[in-house]
Each structure stands twice: as structure tokens, then as C-alpha cells.
Design a protein around this ligand. Structure first.
Ligand code: ZN
Ligand code: ZN
Length: 585
């Protein structure tokens, strides 16, 4: 009996046929999702010329009988009745069969399928069924799509370069492999293996296959829950960053979603741990009762709204901050053993760039699975035993100063370099942020009051906001045209820099006028003043000043980065030093 039923018309209309197939990745997506729906545990995607010449997807799913196989190419055939709301409640991906007729109409297709008895092979060209033959009995389905858009040259032109088509496919397969960790995915382009996951239901292993061992090693496990949400997954140490947000991967009940608000929460949780224009790698699973989410689904993108979103945001932010705050984040400097160019990373970073037409395929790494096999098992073991809170900055002893900039330190583990400006900046930053957050009423009266003259427009803004300055315990008032007089200032304002600091504060006030937010205002003041007052590079400090600096750094909440997200301290282990000098091979 046929398992294909006619699809809900309303949804069918929604899935506008023209939007279903735009790029090679649309075809790959359709075929892979059909395979998942068919219960496959192994899915192999083989491409020729990034899929433009050929896309072949082979699975070990349940397969189709000859009747279903023929029906699969009729419009609006689907294996189940579905409505929008079902999509997050059911395990299937829901679009089975829907795009196949569209794909068939613009390509040449060979479908080989079998449910275990006799097999079926169907050939189609431009949507016309050219032949139906008996095939072998291997259970599962293979769909081969050749010469996409052969009969619609105008659309062929809309395809991206070989590189961008492949990047999009890689990006999609990476995400689907992270979602379905119990399915083994193999992605091959022009006989090169790009991704191979083992289907062992371990997300960190998939991360390892996508990003390589160096990244997998630096992933921190997260796990937390509240009444409505459960979160788990991996976040990168701040030293691992990417130049775009494409690596902030969130899954809701096992499906990848893109939510700008969630990305913002994740990014904010890393605030000052990394530069503002860099982003971490995260894979976060969110488990939630489907009734608490509202999904707006569209063939090419997915938007999601959460009830009790604030509770989810709190949970996520607190867990990330807690984890960043509880482990040693000093970057360990390592020699690159070989020039490992990860094709994966290139693809991911450039998947939004359509103009790159060539790629140096010679430098692409072959299947790296074997080499790193043992390493990943070690990491998996380590992950199981990391519950302890580590010392942030271990005991260490300054040895000297290089170029008046880097403090060289040592302990039994190896050598550390501290950037004295960045370190001092972090210490100052935390101090000023704290002072600004708890203003004290004891102000310092200046012997000579400071008068500042402003351009007229700025004067108006500052004048309107004098109460903000007064709440910070500045004694300030108007003094004639465009001028303010400051008679006293809060005690934390650094001696000798009073006027500079006051000017900076007024600048920030003018800048922030429109969207004034105390926290952000304090934050900008703290960053600006802490940089200004930090010891500069090329300034020699004494041995005891170095010791004080290290002690103060140790007391910081985040001693690892300056407020701009640059590292304050890096580490060379004894082992790595020995390796650098070839003392140990
Ligand atoms: Zn600075
Ligand atoms: Zn800085």
C-alpha cells in the first residue's frame, strides 16, 4: 500500500515552488531531509563540481516500493499530512517529496530505491519519466541529480561560483550533522572527503570533524536548566574566535534555528573576553516544551519565537558567564606542527562571500579522521572529568621585562608573558566599573576648579544631563556661555588626570545622549579611563611593580583579556618550549 498521501493544500501553497530550488544546496537539503525522514543512519552526499554537475545522495533508509517511487515525482505528494504546528512536535523534517517534482523539472534524475525485495530504478529528464526498470534489492535510496537547470539557462546563471555553492552545502551539512549526531554523514566533493561523522551520537566528535582537534580541545561543555528550558552543548574558549556570527549555532529541540536575540545574548556573555568584532564558536542545544515556542517556517529559513524568553536568556547568559569564569583561560602558545588548512573553516568563513571563484585545492587536507582519532578520545575523557573550578592565574614569578612591554614570568609549568598595558587596563577597568556602579558620596574638592568650554550643541546636551554628573558626585554648575565649572569630583577619579577624565566623561555623555543607559555609560567610561591610565608599552617598571601587577591581575574577575578583548597573558608550557628547541621530539 502506498505510504504517500496528498499533502495539506494550505501548506503546499506556502511552499512556493520557485523558492524551493535556488542553489545546489536546496537540492542537497531536500534529498538529505528525505533520507532522514526515511530513517537513514548513514547518509552519503557526493558532489561533482560543487553539485552543479552532479549531486548524489545515498542512504540506508527504508526505501520505497515502485508505486511510491513513481508518486514521489508528482506535485504535492508527501508521505504524511502535516501542518505548520506539527513541525516541531514530530521528528520528521516534514517536506518529504514536496520539492522533488520541482527538482525533477529542472534536471536529470536517477532514483534507485528498494524496500528489501525487488528494487526500482527511475530515470527522469526535465520532469518526464523516461524509464522505469527493476533494480537491485539493497535497502535504501540513491538519488542522483545531474545538470541542474539544464533547461532553464537563466536560472543557471544565478548559481554562485563553484566555491560559494560548495561553501553553502558544507555549511548546511555541518549543521545537519550537529543536529543529527546519531546519523553518520559523509560529504564528498570531486572525490575529496570534506566531512565524515561517525553517527555515534556525540556532538563534540562532530565539532571535532568540522573544526579540527585544536578547536575541539578548546570547547567548554555547558549544561543548565530552569523550569522551562534545558540547555547543553559546547562553547569555545575566548581565544578561539571567528570573524562572523555563522558559528553561533543554536538548536531548538534538535533543529538548527537562527535567532538574532539568542546570538546577541551569547555574544554579550563573552563581553570583554574577546574583541567586539569577533565571535566565538558555540553549539547550543535548547530543549523546550513545543507549546512554548512559535515557529514560522519557510522553505529557506526558520524563525522562532519563545514564550518566557527572558528566562531562557538569563539561563544562557548565566551559564556561559559561569563557565568562562570557572576555568583557566590562559592561551597556551603552540607551534603549528604542519600547515593544517581546514577546508571546513575556509568554507564556513566564506560561505557568505559569493565572489571567490578559486580555491587552492592542493592545500586542502584529506580526510583527517584517522590522524586525530586518538586525540579526540582523550578529549572526550577529559570532558567527563572537568567539574572542578580552576585557579585563574597560578602562582608565578617575574623574571624580567622585554621591550618595556612584556613581563616574562615562570613557574614549574613553564613560561608566561604578560602584556603590562593590557593587564593594567583590565585591573583599572574592573576597579572603575565597580566604583561607577556604587557611587560614594565623599567627593574631593579641587583647589583649583576645572572649567570646560563646549561647542554650543554639546553644551546643551551636557547641561540637560547635569543630574547624571551630579549623581556621580561631581559638583558642577553652569558658568556663563557654553561653560561648566567642576568644583569637586568623585574619589575614584585619578589624580593628575582630572580634567582629561572629565572631558572624556562629557564626550561619552554627548555620544550616548540618545540612548542613555547607565550600564553602558559606566562601561564606556571605565574602558576609556582604564586605557588612558594604564602603564604604556615601552615603560620600564620595577620588579616589585611587576609583582604587584600580577597580584592585582589575579584578583580580577576576568584576568585573561583587556576590556577590548585582547589577551593579557599567554603561556608556553615546558613541553612546548622543549619542542621549540627540539630538545624533545
Ligand atoms: Zn589600551
Ligand atoms: Zn585594551
Amino acid at each position: 500500500m502506498s505510504i504517500i498521501k496528498v499533502m495539506d493544500q494550505r501548506l503546499a501553497n506556502k511552499i512556493a515552488a520557485g523558492e524551493v530550488v535556488e542553489k545546489c544546496v536546496s537540492v542537497v537539503k531536500e534529498l538529505v531531509e528525505n533520507s532522514i525522514d526515511a530513517g537513514a543512519k548513514k547518509i552519503k552526499i557526493e558532489l561533482i563540481e560543487s553539485g552543479i554537475r552532479e549531486i548524489k545522495v545515498t542512504d540506508d533508509g527504508v526505501g520505497m516500493n515502485s508505486e511510491d517511487a513513481k508518486l514521489a515525482f508528482l506535485p504535492h505528494a508527501t508521505s504524511k499530512l502535516i501542518t505548520d504546528d506539527d513541525l516541531f512536535n514530530i521528528t520528521s523534517l516534514g517536506f518529504r517529496g514536496e520539492a522533488l517534482p520541482s527538482i525533477a523539472s529542472i534536471s536529470e534524475i536517477t532514483l534507485k530505491t528498494s524496500t528489501g525485495s525487488v528494487g526500482t530504478i527511475i530515470h527522469l529528464k526535465g520532469g518526464n519519466m523516461e524509464s522505469v526498470e527493476a533494480g537491485d534489492a539493497r535497502i535504501g535510496t540513491t538519488v542522483t541529480v545531474n545538470n541542474l537547470f539544464f533547461n532553464t539557462p537563466a536560472r543557471l546563471k544565478h548559481l554562485g561560483s563553484l566555491y560559494s555553492e560548495l561553501a553553502n552545502i558544507t555549511d548546511y551539512i555541518n549543521k545537519i550533522a550537529l543536529s543529527y549526531t546519531d546519523i553518520s554523514f559523509t560529504l564528498i566533493n570531486d572525490n575529496k572527503v570534506i566531512l565524515k561523522t561517525d553517527g555515534s551520537d556525540n556532538q563534540l566528535k562532530v565539532i571535532n570533524e568540522i573544526y579540527g582537534i585544536d578547536v575541539a580541545k578548546k570547547m567548554i561543555e555547558i549544561k543548565a536548566s530552569n523550569d522551562d528550558y534545558e540547555i547543553s552543548g559546547y562553547i569555545s574558549k575566548p581565544e578561539i574566535t571567528k570573524s562572523n556570527r555563522n558559528h553561533l549555532i543554536t538548536l531548538v529541540n534538535g533543529r538548527v534555528v537562527r535567532n538574532i536575540e539568542l546570538n546577541r545574548v551569547i555574544n554579550d556573555a563573552y563581553h570583554t573576553y574577546k574583541p567586539e568584532d569577533k565571535y566565538p564558536i558555540v553549539v547550543i542545544n535548547i530543549g523546550v516544551d513545543p507549546t512554548l515556542i512559535d515557529v514560522n517556517i519557510h522553505p529557506t529559513k526558520m524563525d522562532i519565537k519563545f514564550s518566557k524568553f527572558d528566562a531562557l536568556k538569563e539561563l544562557l547568559k548565566n551559564e556561559i558567564k559561569f563557565k568562562l569564569n570557572s576555568i583557566n583561560l590562559i592561551p597556551n602558545v603552540k607551534l603549528k606542527e604542519d600547515k593544517y588548512v581546514s577546508y571546513q573553516e575556509l568554507s564556513l568563513d566564506l560561505s557568505r562571500t559569493d565572489n571567490i571563484n578559486t580555491i587552492d585545492t592542493a592545500s586542502i587536507v584529506e580526510d583527517s579522521t584517522e590522524v586525530y582519532h586518538n586525540d579526540i578520545n582523550l578529549i572526550l575523557e577529559e570532558h567527563n572529568e572537568t567539574a572542578k573550578i580552576e585557579d585563574k592565574i597560578p602562582e608565578m614569578y617575574p623574571v624580567g621585562l622585554v621591550k618595556g612591554t612584556y613581563i616574562v614570568c615562570q613557574n614549574e609549568l613553564g613560561m608566561y608573558l604578560i602584556d603590562q598595558h593590557a593587564a593594567k587596563e583590565r585591573i583599572n577597568y574592573e576597579y572603575y566599573l565597580k566604583s561607577l556602579g556604587n557611587p560614594k558620596s565623599d567627593a574631593i574638592t579641587m583647589l583649583i576648579p576645572i572649567t570646560i568650554e563646549f561647542p554650543y550643541n554639546e553644551f546643551l546636551i551636557v547641561k540637560q544631563n547635569l543630574d547624571i554628573l551630579k549623581r556621580m558626585y561631581f559638583d558642577v554648575e553652569e558658568l556663563g556661555t557654553n561653560t561648566l565649572i567642576f568644583r569637586s569630583h568623585p574619589i575614584w577619579l585619578p589624580e593628575g588626570y582630572e580634567e582629561d577624565a572629565i572631558r572624556k566623561i562629557c564626550d561619552i555623555l554627548v555620544l550616548k545622549e540618545k540612548y542613555f543607559d547607565v550600564e553602558k555609560f559606566n562601561e564606556s567610561i571605565a574602558i576609556t579611563i582604564s586605557c588612558k591610565l594604564a602603564i604604556k608599552a615601552n615603560e620600564n617598571i620595577s620588579h616589585s611593580e611587576m609583582e604587584t601587577l600580577i597580584d592585582d591581575l589575579r584578583l580580577c574577575q576576568n584576568p585573561y583579556t583587556c576590556p577590548h578583548g585582547r589577551p593579557t597573558i599567554i603561556f608556553y608550557s615546558n613541553y612546548d618550549l622543549e619542542k621549540l628547541f627540539k630538545r624533545s621530539m
